[in-house]
Design a protein around this ligand. Structure first.
Ligand SMILES: NCCCC[C@H](NC(=O)[C@@H](N)CC(=O)O)C(=O)O
Length: 493
């Protein structure tokens, strides 16, 4: 349960009390995340070029793309990241995560360069990591996978450790600087900037790659450069963070860390409601993004470029709305209600893609659904992430974010594969990628929305019963929660 982290500062106003300082801290954290999100999707619009220049077929690309959460999910790296964050604090973990992203990103870059193709490492990887395509092979590697895709996947999974570690660290950093102030607005701005990163990549990567001589690795080189700038942002943030600590505004660190603290989080019913809502909602968003362009191509008979332009408004729409919803949450609350609305909008949009878009082939209907889905993708993240500090003890917040991310990453790992299988099973005999019928996969996404909606109702009911303050504005919740939390804790004991 939350306690205020602000201690009286005899030397005057703490840095986080100064608006310019806390927004500068946010700018540094958000810039690093912006660059991370750019890297995540840098190869997504270059699949055709990867096939031409590096011999990656869709299967190789799919295995590479799915490799990012691998270490986080199966080697529990995210859990360790949460423990490191709670033990070592934001400053150390931010710089560590930035360095891990640069290391993984550089390896990923080297794998797609021409230089790697003729190297001894390429020969070694061609002969190794040829794992059978059996059900138990949860790794991204399979027999016959191009060596460059294997090394790129290794780089991408290392990058993924850094990116997710950065994600939880930035969330905790925002709590540290903005608690009791414009916390949801700050998280909204950070996520909006991240969404712009996704939009920039969709348009920018193909342009950079197509500069003569056409080269698929060039956009990746630029993205690695941005990761290095992101690391510099984290280091710069470290100086501000240190100053803040020296003013007595220190994070509550769990010292010594006890595994039973994780057990404490896992025993909270409200934690499970939030984590399951998160995995179900995000599993119907990020994996959907991977199939959306092809779904639009099949339904509207569009080229990939036109479908990309239609889908481009999805992250931009979300980016435009998220900060306003964050501000609304700070001022008026209604977090649980926002989660419910977000789930309803998502269900409506996925059902529209499942039934109305294929029947009407209407561009207007499609655009409307994409815009509404963007609003849903603003509502849920804007309400979800700033609500976590209302539910969990501040010294365990890093572990709590990490556990939620970990559960979410299981969904993000599994769903692209589940949807791929459902797509193939519901389109027997179809081999032309422009002829898929997406009705059944879209119904699977919609059913995730229905489950998320039910969890949203349960969350609202539990909040009303135990008084976590999810429906309260942030500032008010901060004062009220201290009393409520004590009551809630004793009830939970
Ligand atoms: N300060 C908000 C942090 C969460 C943002 C959230 N990102 C994630 O949930 C990532 N774990 C997703 C991923 O694994 O790629 C978002 O809404 O983008």
């Amino acid at each position: 349960m939350t306690t205020s982290n602000i201690k009286a500062n005899p030397l005057g106003a703490a840095l986080c009390e100064k608006k310019w300082a806390r927004w500068t801290a946010l700018a540094l954290l958000a810039s690093a995340m912006f660059f991370a999100y750019i890297f995540v999707d840098i190869l997504s619009p270059l699949q055709e070029l990867l096939q031409e220049q590096r011999g990656w077929d869709p299967v190789a690309y799919g295995h590479f793309a799915g490799s990012e959460p691998f270490l986080n999910v199966f080697v529990f790296f995210l859990i360790f990241a949460g423990i490191i964050l709670d033990k070592m604090g934001v400053r150390f973990t931010a710089v560590l995560s930035g360095a891990v992203m640069v290391a993984g990103g550089s390896l990923n870059y080297y794998a797609v360069t021409q230089g790697f193709q003729d190297s001894a490492v390429a020969v070694f990887l061609t002969e190794n990591l040829n794992l059978p395509s059996a059900w138990w092979n949860v790794t991204p590697f399979y027999a016959g996978m191009p060596a460059s895709a294997k090394l790129a996947a290794i780089g991408f999974m290392i990058f993924g450790c850094g990116a997710e570690m950065a994600g939880i660290t930035v969330s905790r950093g925002i709590v540290k600087w903005f608690k009791g102030k414009e916390m949801a607005l700050a998280m909204g701005v950070e996520m909006a900037i991240a969404r712009v990163g996704v939009a920039v990549v969709v348009v920018g990567a193909p342009v950079i790659a197509s500069i003569v001589p056409v080269e698929v690795s060039r956009p990746v080189a630029y993205a690695v450069l941005l990761l290095i700038i992101g690391l510099i942002c984290f280091i710069t943030y470290g100086f501000m963070d240190k100053k803040l600590d020296s003013q007595g505004v220190q994070e509550e660190k769990d010292d010594p860390f006890r595994v039973r603290d994780i057990g404490k989080i896992l025993r909270l019913p409200i934690f499970w409601l939030v984590a399951l809502l998160c995995v179900l909602y995000y599993s119907a968003i990020f994996p959907f993004q991977k199939y959306a362009i092809n779904m639009l191509q099949c339904n509207l008979q569009f080229s990939a470029k036109d479908a990309g332009l239609v889908f481009f408004i999805f992250p931009l729409g979300a980016a435009a709305v998220t900060p306003f919803l964050g501000h609304y949450l700070d001022k008026y609350g209604k977090g649980a209600t926002m989660l419910i609305f977000g789930a309803v909008l998502m269900i409506l949009c996925h059902l529209t893609f499942a039934f109305i878009v294929p029947a009407t082939q209407s561009v207007i209907v499609t655009l409307t659904a994409v815009v509404v889905l963007g609003i849903s993708f603003a509502l849920v993240p804007a309400a979800l992430w700033p609500s976590v500090p209302k539910l969990i003890d501040e010294k365990l917040i890093g572990s709590a974010y990490a556990l939620i991310f970990w559960i979410q990453n299981i969904g993000l790992y599994a769903f692209p594969m589940i949807i791929g299988s459902v797509l193939v099973a519901s389109n027997p005999g179809v081999t032309d990628p422009m002829k898929y019928n997406y009705t059944v996969p879209m119904c699977v996404f919609a059913s995730c929305g229905v489950a998320a909606l039910l969890l949203g109702f349960a969350l609202k009911a539990l909040d009303a019963k135990k008084g976590y303050g999810l429906e309260k504005p942030n500032h008010v919740a901060d004062d009220a929660e201290k009393e409520l939390i004590g009551a809630a804790e004793s009830m939970e004991e």
